[in-house]
Every structure is written in C-alpha cells, then in structure tokens.
Design a protein around this ligand. Structure first.
Ligand code: ZN
Length: 456
C-alpha cells in the first residue's frame, strides 16, 4: 500500500527544494522522492494526497526536551533571575506536588505539542522516564528517553547508581521500534565524579545512549574551577564534601569518562577553544538550546564554532518551563539571528543561512542522536518521518524561496500534517492517537494545583 504526499514544494534538506514535488510512502519507509507527475507514473495505484501551497519537510528533531515538565510552562518566571531558586522550585513541584498521573499527562501534553509542531522525534531527559516513554508511545512519536540520575554526595554514588540500573531494567521493557531509553547523569553540579564514572561505564557496557547538561551556567564553571558560588554553597549547606577539580566543565567530564560515551551534551555555553576541540576529538554531540539559554540569562553558545569543528549539533527547545514553547522553526530562527548579532566574540562574522539552521533542526538532530542513516532527510529508503507546513498564510506570502519562508516567516502553528514511520500522528487539526480534550482539562487542573501550592 503506497500513498503519495505532494505539495507545491518538497524540501528534502539533503538535496535542493523541488517544485510540485512529493514523496511516495510504503509502510514505514519513503519509497521515492520526486515531482508529483513522476511519482504518479511510478506508482499508478497509489492514493494521492495533495496539500497545495505547502512544503513537505523531514520530521523535525527536538534534541533536548523535558516533556514531563510541560505543566510548568510559565510557572517559574519569577525565579528566572536566580537559577538556583528556579531549579529548587521546579524540583519541589516535580517531586512533591505532581503525581505519577500528573507527570504522564504533562508529558503527553508536551508530546501533543511536539506532534502539532511537526516534531517527529525527541531526545527527552526525564526523572519520570516511565511516564515520558508512555507519553511518546501514546502519541506515537519517535524518541529516546534518558533516565536522569542525581547524586552529588560521593558516599551515595553506589546506591544512586543501583537505583538507576533498576530503573533502566524497567525502561527496557517499555522500548518499542520507535521509543528507546538512555541514561542521563543530570549535570556536573548534581552528580558526583564517582557516580559519573559508574554511569559512563554502564552506558558503554550496555550500549545505552547518554545525555547530560554541560557548561550551562557561570555558577557551574565557578564550582568546578574555583569551588565557589551558589552551587558550592548549596553543597556545603547539605554537608556534602566537594573537591574542586580546577577544570572546565568539559575537561571535568572528560576526566570522569563521560566523553568516552560520545554523549549528547545540552547547552555547552561556557566553553573555550580547547573545550570545543575536546568535544570534536571525542565525538561528543551538542543540543543547542538558544532560546532557553537566553530566557534563563545563561549566555550565548558558540554555535558557529561547534559547526566549524564538525561537531554533530541539533536544536533543542529544552523544557517549556524555560522557552515557553516547543517550536523548532522559532528555535532555528532565533539561533540564526543570534549568530548574526555579533554581540560576542564567538559569534562575529557568522555566515549561517536559513538552510543551515533547517539542517540543524533535521539532519543535525539526527546526527546528534546517532540516527542519521534513517532520519533527518527525505530520501528513498529512509524512515517516513515528515511534516507538511502550510505556506499560504498572510505572514508567509509571497514565497520566493521555501526555505527562507520556513525559517524567517513560519512557526509550529503552520504545520498541517505530521507523520511518524508512515503513520499520521497529527492531521486535520488534531492529534490522532490521544484524547486532547481530556488532556486539556487535566493540564489546566494540574496548573491550578501548582499555582495554588505556589501561593501557600
Ligand atoms: Zn535540560
């Protein structure tokens, strides 16, 4: 059974845009890419679905999300000037206020938002990985859910590691062809060195993908390089011994075996030339999260340096608690404009183009997740993950170059169809596999509960 999806434009990303083009989809694969007419001749019995003034693009890949935190969209605005307070309020809400069902609803609502935004695959870091995996399965998105591990106290490293192993055993049972699990030692300031080493060895042994937050804040740098600042004070007040490594976050992660796993690292804002070289040499990958970085006042990551170094780099929304939307068109546009702003030495003379950032949101993400042979472009034989974006809006017309229109004029709200492994997960204005009305009612309820707790 073959279906031809066609539109005014097809943007395969791995090759030039094609007018009046389409893709033929058989089961979960792309059977062919070409003009509408050639495809009709090639597949005479196929159903034709034509979307008119629109562009067919590869499914967008969100390289860094926290779906379980979707209920905290807008919840932490008052804490944004103080990342320590921000993290604390978030952690209390997640651990003490939200039930397992709340977390599942929150993750499902985030997965619905992603499906509506043309996102077909997410790299999701989660403390509630069972709920996040179940959410991806329910909406039928593709993804890797990285079980988070915490533990700054070296005395508890072994115990915390054993907990992580037990969780991974459970997550393995939830894996499907589309949804896989991985591990995530949360950050250099929340996981001690010995625990980082245990997790890195485990990831290599079990062939589990590993992701981690790295070099996100100056507080993290101050802790690692000089043993001072809010994170250092926090550890001290909890009676946790901290031996300052006098290293940058990236060199510290290398010392503790994390970079040997070719990890996916989120943020990488505070890195110098030597760090970038190290990232390149070790085959580390980066989830670039420009909007979250700006919203939380963390700084500007040197995107063009990453790309010059040949580091596999994708775009991440981060959680909507710090964004506040999952919209990779917006993320790509912001990444591009920021790279041209020249406010930092790192970003002067950027010659990035609209095509380059569309590439980051698709093929770059696939490379960062280690799945670029199957995903990230529209090519014969690849998985049929794609989105169709209307180009007919007031804010988009006229269209001279579809890639420019996608990056500079379009948003997640222009997506009209999202397909994962050949199956439509967002179509005719609704997410097809879950009851969005029920989720909408529940997410409002959770929001009211968190708001009431916050006032107490
Ligand atoms: Zn994050």
């Amino acid at each position: 059974m073959t279906t031809i999806y066609s539109a005014q434009w097809i943007v395969p990303v791995s090759s030039a845009p094609l007018a009046e083009g389409g893709i033929a989809v058989s089961d979960d694969r792309i059977a062919a890419v070409g003009t509408r007419e050639t495809l009709r001749q090639q597949f005479p019995g196929a159903e034709l679905r034509d979307f008119g003034p629109a562009a067919i693009i590869p499914g967008l890949i969100n390289s860094h999300s926290h779906l379980e935190l979707t209920a905290m969209r807008g919840y932490l605005e008052n804490e944004e000037h103080d990342f320590f307070a921000w993290l604390k309020k978030l952690t209390i809400a997640r651990l003490e206020r939200m039930t397992a069902d709340d977390l599942n609803v929150s993750a499902q609502w985030g997965a619905c938002e992603a499906a509506r935004a043309g996102v077909t695959c997410v790299a999701d870091a989660s403390d509630a990985a069972v709920e996040s995996m179940n959410a991806l399965r329910a909406v039928r998105l593709r993804g890797i859910v990285f079980q988070e591990s915490f533990g700054p106290d070296p005395r508890l490293a072994q115990e915390n590691f054993a907990k992580l192993q037990a969780k991974v055993t459970r997550l393995r049972e939830l894996e499907t062809a589309l949804v896989k699990c991985g591990v995530s030692p949360h950050a250099p300031y929340t996981v001690c060195g010995p625990q980082l080493e245990l997790i890195a060895r485990f990831a290599l042994l079990e062939e589990l993908p590993l992701m981690m937050h790295a070099a996100e804040t100056l507080m993290e740098v101050a802790l690692l390089s000089e043993g001072r600042g809010a994170f250092a004070d926090g550890l001290k007040s909890r009676g946790i011994e901290w031996q300052t490594p006098s290293a940058s976050p990236i060199q510290y992660l290398k010392q503790h075996g994390i970079l040997a796993t070719k990890p996916l690292l989120a943020h990488c804002i505070h890195v110098d030339g030597a760090d970038i070289e190290t990232l390149g040499e070790t085959g580390s990958k980066i989830a670039h999260c420009p909007k979250s970085n700006s919203k939380l006042r963390h700084g500007v990551a040197p995107l063009t340096k990453f790309l010059e170094q040949g580091i596999a780099t994708g775009l991440g929304s981060d959680s909507v608690a710090s964004n506040n939307v999952c919209d990779l068109f917006g993320e790509a546009r912001y990444a591009l404009l920021l790279s041209r702003s020249g406010s930092e030495w790192k970003n002067l003379d950027s010659d990035l183009s609209a095509h380059d950032v569309l590439q980051l949101a698709t093929r770059g993400g696939a490379s960062a997740l280690g799945i670029s042979e199957e995903l990230g472009a529209l090519q014969e034989g690849m998985q049929a993950d794609f989105a169709i974006v209307s180009l007919n809006g007031t804010h988009q017309l006229p269209v001279y170059d579809p890639v420019s229109t996608l990056i500079f004029s379009s948003s997640a709200r222009d997506v009209v169809l999202t397909v994962v492994a050949g199956r439509e997960v967002y179509c005719d204005g609704r997410v097809t596999n879950v009851d969005e009305d029920r989720l909408r009612a529940r997410i409002k309820e959770i929001g009211q509960k968190l708001a009431a707790d916050g006032r107490r």
